[in-house]
Design a protein around this ligand. Structure first.
Ligand code: AMP
Ligand code: MN
Ligand code: MN
Ligand code: MN
Length: 277
């Protein structure tokens, strides 16, 4: 059976490895078909594809777009996107705008909370100056010794209600789906179990996604607990959605699940890649 991983980050967004190094790391973890899905960026796709080809790994060009839906951030993965499509490129550029200003506000809040110089500190971890992420702040706060891990940083800082949380308005769901469709791609709701919607709101999200032409969600992801694999497999069946799978890899050791440890999709769902390879 092909080992497929359709959600990963490089240092073009908030991962730590260059795109080619992520490809090599995935291959070492046994991956046969792989997508790079950097946040709001496709700048790593060409290097990732070249390395994947060299390693004999099938490649899927992807992206993970930040969306605001019902006042919360939702992530939308786009798979098989044409990374040169002008609509997609313009949409992603617009989405990235404002990350720097948000970063300065995050730093100002952290300073109030007793963590000075966080803007400069976060920048040390940035591989793409256009893509300053909360993850870069988290890595810097770990470096200062205030927390032992990035999840601990997100529990104490940077998330809603905590110091360093700056609300941000991203693209709307229909816009981001439009960019993905313009680029010939397939939109996938990333890690649905991570959002803090009640059951009603979650159902509205899935209905709206389907009305906009969406038909796939992530089921097995490093951002879900094993319990959630079963929950979202059931959701996929109920809505008739295809199912996706990926580690959501960011960095060796920082990974919630390593490439060789993520379980396969449950047997009772249809993989989003069922007719791709
Ligand atoms: P941003 O797009 O700058 O708001 O940053 C979002 C990123 O922060 C996500 O893509 C994750 O990589 C990371 N993140 C969010 N929540 C957590 C968490 N609880 N633990 C670890 N990383 C997180
Ligand atoms: Mn991330
Ligand atoms: Mn995500
Ligand atoms: Mn991700």
């Amino acid at each position: 059976m092909l080992k497929v991983d359709l959600h990963c980050h490089s240092n073009v967004s908030d991962g730590v490895l260059a795109p080619a190094a992520v490809a090599a790391y995935a291959r070492k973890g046994g991956v046969d078909a792989w997508a790079l899905t950097d946040h709001d960026e496709v700048g790593g796709i060409k290097a990732a594809r070249a390395k994947a080809n060299e390693l004999g790994m099938r490649f899927v060009p992807g992206v993970e777009i930040s969306v605001t839906w019902a006042n919360q951030t939702v992530h939308l993965v786009g798979l098989h996107v044409d990374e040169d499509n002008p609509d997609l490129l313009a949409g992603l550029a617009a989405t990235r705008q404002g990350r720097d200003a948000r970063g300065r506000e995050i730093a100002a809040q952290l300073e109030q909370a007793g963590i000075p110089d966080a803007y400069e500190g976060a920048l040390k971890y940035v591989g793409n100056p256009d893509l300053l992420s909360r993850t870069h702040f988290a890595r810097y706060i770990v470096e200062t010794g205030r927390c032992n891990s990035t999840p601990e940083v997100f529990r104490k800082y940077l998330s809603e209600g905590k110091p360093g949380y700056v609300p941000h308005r991203w693209a709307a769901l229909d816009q981001a789906m439009g960019w993905i469709k313009s680029a010939g791609g397939i939109p996938v709701i990333a890690h649905p179990g991570r959002y803090r919607f009640d059951a009603t709101a979650e159902g509205v999200l899935f209905d709206e996604f389907r009305q906009l032409g969406g038909n796939a969600i992530e089921v097995v992801t490093g951002s879900h607990t094993p319990d959630q694999y079963a929950v979202y497999a059931e959701v996929a069946r109920r809505y008739g959605f295809l199912a996706s799978r990926g580690t959501d890899f960011h960095a060796p050791g920082e990974a919630r699940v390593e490439f060789d440890a993520l379980p396969p999709l449950p047997a009772n769902v249809t993989p989003v890649w069922h007719d791709w390879f």
